[in-house]
Design a protein around this ligand. Structure first.
Ligand SMILES: O=C(O)CCC(=O)C(=O)O
Ligand SMILES: [Fe+2]
Length: 344
């Protein structure tokens, strides 16, 4: 039987104080619990930007490979996701986060569960809270949707399900494209891309009375193979580039942001950086939303540097083999130390 990701998370419950978000509707100041150290500089470089790749470009394979290697992230256009689906997704996310706090609390994530409303899973690793509330969906959204809207959840579920289906197709296409850029084809893989683990993460960054003192989402890498992010028209995402610092990923209408996660970093034997990223918050009147689709390998599969890649490059493996489920557990217990714990 295939292990689900929820089973992996069940082994590492989280305390309720790291699940329940602040009632942002009534927050007139940033409470001390949410004030980040002055040494955290939220500014970023606006002159540099990650590549924008047209998936219909005949050179798209080469361009995505190059973007993964140099930045670990890029934006895609002509990606085949209908614009009205992106708009519907965003308006459903906005409808959800605009609900009264006591209503959202009816779908609160349970301590040993992976899905529902709550703070980011990385919260326990930081001394201060983030200016963020999230909603995680794995598989069908129907149970939580019923709790949020007992009589009016069909539209939410329909949009989520259509979005998940389209995202899976795009993620699979991008994965093949990125692996092709390394001369790796499906036959070289010991897993079937047909049964990946996936998760949908709706993020809300309410407008903040003092955005220079609060953090939206603290710096992290994603555990996924790759992540496809739809961000609303308000900026906030920044990625860290070695030797440069924080670089803003400014929204482009209709484009999606793709970033390399830990699993692809391992498969590529560290050729593709698992890009460190964070989200900063905005002043009054700017309520930013984003929707992240995490795409991974089947949870029972083994992940290790691809043998064919090692043969071609003559490199020695930098990481030992680990099942996806074990890696997810290592990451949920050790956060930023996770990759170093499987390094050879
Ligand atoms: O909101 C964003 O721009 C980033 C979200 C993100 O990094 C995540 O959900 O893992
Ligand atoms: Fe992320």
């Amino acid at each position: 039987m295939t292990t689900t990701l929820s089973e992996a998370y069940r082994e590492h419950p989280i305390h309720l104080r790291h699940i329940i978000p602040l009632d942002f509707n009534s927050a007139r100041i940033v409470p001390d619990s949410h004030v980040w150290p002055k040494s955290d500089d939220f500014s970023s470089d606006h002159r540099l930007s990650i590549p924008v790749i047209d998936l219909k470009d005949p050179n798209a394979v080469k361009l995505t490979g190059h973007a993964c290697e140099t930045w670990g992230a890029f934006q895609v256009i002509n990606h085949g996701i209908p614009l009205n689906l992106l708009e519907d997704m965003e308006s459903e996310a906005r409808r959800l986060f605009s609900l009264p706090t006591q209503q959202k609390m009816k779908a609160l994530r349970e301590p040993a569960s992976a899905t529902g409303y709550g703070l980011a899973r990385i919260s326990p690793f930081f001394p201060k809270y983030m200016w963020h509330e999230g909603f995680t969906i794995m598989g069908s959204p129907v149970v939580h949707a019923r709790a949020l809207w007992p009589n009016d959840n069909a539209r939410f579920c329909d949009v989520i399900e259509r979005y998940q289906k389209k995202m899976e197709v795009l993620a699979e296409q991008l994965t093949h494209q990125i692996l092709n850029s390394l001369d790796i084809s499906q036959e070289d893989l010991n897993w079937d891309l047909g049964s990946p683990y996936t998760a949908l993460q709706l993020n809300s960054y309410p407008s903040c009375p003092d955005p220079n003192r609060a953090m939206g989402l603290a710096p992290h890498t994603d555990t996924s193979l790759l992540t496809i992010l739809h961000q609303s028209a308000i900026s906030g995402l920044q990625i860290f580039q070695e030797g440069v610092g924080w670089v803003s990923v400014l929204p482009i209408a209709g484009a999606l942001v793709v970033n390399v996660g830990d699993l692809l970093h391992i498969l590529s034997n560290a050729r593709f950086p698992s890009v460190l990223h964070r989200a900063v918050v905005n002043p009054d009147g700017c309520h930013r939303l984003s929707v992240a689709y995490f795409y991974g390998l089947p949870t029972d599969s083994n992940v290790c540097p691809l043998p064919k890649l090692l043969n071609i490059s003559g490199q020695t493996p930098r990481y030992r083999s680990v099942t996806v489920k074990d890696y997810v557990l290592i990451k949920s217990k050790n956060f930023e130390e996770a990759l170093s714990l499987i390094r050879i």
